[in-house]
Design a protein around this ligand. Structure first.
Ligand code: SIN
Length: 316
């Protein structure tokens, strides 16, 4: 038996480590590289109805505490993404999570239907929380629990049985309440959190913001405590599997998210800072940890930091 195997919304992942949306998620080849490196599932870059070029460069800014990004949802559109997913599925057994977004609530349902007409991913991720497009789309839907619930219902109605994970952000009054609204609307899983902010960094020499978009979402090590807290609160609020995402670079970071209640752990910026080896390193650490503690699976660790632990099992 594989001690790292987990189940998210009925989908078996051979490892809890998931490629988060946004990094290496545009092509079958890059998804395959991440799967081969040890990811238990891979998430595509979020795609919408039409191709988008995204924001001009510089759109990604590494700094000592993480990364500021304002990619602006650059993507080839759902039809092209469906072709990449199909090619990946022909080359790898690792589950693929198709991430979709809409400029309007209705567009989420439309994007789901158009994608699923061409390909059947293991899960759909609804990205309601990109912090980098508010100048075009208005404030992220994630700020409004009722909007998240409506979008969840719209996508569920067109998901043809494919489980749906909603990707939330902390930029809302209460992430636990938003997760509850999504759960009531039929969400099968929650992904938390998206990048935080937006934030800004200024080049003192030229006295201007460095990102062409001026502001961008903050990711990387600096947001790990926010992600752990978000997963903790969601785990207490809803009996859904959580893909805990945000700031994971070290093995202990992944373990913290699991102890807070995550079933799976997303890694995105960690690839920038540590390379693809991050997946193998964390898998090896978790395997050793389980062996040392005499545990046969991650089940006993999931949510174990809660006192008392959450009542409901958070896998499956
Ligand atoms: C982006 O493309 O700007 C980032 C995507 C996201 O944070 O959802």
């Amino acid at each position: 038996m594989n001690p790292l195997a987990v189940t998210v919304a009925g989908v078996a992942f051979p490892s809890p480590l998931v490629l988060a949306s946004g990094v290496m998620g545009l092509s079958a080849s890059s998804l395959k590289r991440v799967a081969d490196a040890g990811a238990g599932a891979v998430t595509t870059k979020s795609c919408g109805l039409e191709e988008r070029k995204g924001h001009p460069c510089p759109s990604i800014l590494p700094f000592e505490h993480g990364l500021l990004n304002a990619v602006g949802l650059a993507n080839p559109g759902v039809e092209e993404m469906a072709r990449e997913i199909a090619e990946f599925q022909a080359r790898s057994p690792i589950p693929v999570i198709a991430s979709i977004f809409g400029r309007t609530e209705a567009e989420f349902g439309e994007a789901a239907a158009r994608l699923l007409a061409l390909v059947r991913p293991a899960l759909l991720e609804i990205n309601v929380s990109c912090p980098n497009v508010s100048s075009e789309f208005g404030q992220p839907f994630a700020a409004d629990a009722a909007a998240c619930a409506r979008i969840t219902s719209l996508v569920k109605a067109r998901a043809d049985g494919v489980p749906v994970a909603v990707k939330l952000s902390l930029m809302c009054p209460s992430i636990a309440q938003t997760a509850k609204a999504c759960a009531a609307a039929g969400a099968d899983a929650i992904t938390a959190i998206n990048s935080v902010g937006p934030g800004m960094l200024i080049d003192p020499h030229v006295r201007r913001p460095i990102l062409a978009n001026q502001v961008g979402g903050l990711s990387g090590g600096a947001i790990l405590p926010l992600a752990v807290r978000a997963v903790w609160e969601i785990a207490r609020a809803v009996p859904l599997p959580i893909i805990g995402t945000g700031g994971v670079t070290r093995p202990e970071d992944a373990l913290q998210l699991i102890l807070a209640g995550a079933t799976a752990v997303g890694i995105g910026t960690g690839i920038y800072t540590c390379g693809l080896e991050v997946f193998g390193r964390i898998n090896a650490f978790l395997t050793d940890w389980l062996a040392r503690e005499g545990l046969r699976s991650l089940d006993a660790l999931r949510g174990a930091a809660h006192h008392p632990p959450p009542a409901e099992a958070r896998h499956g």
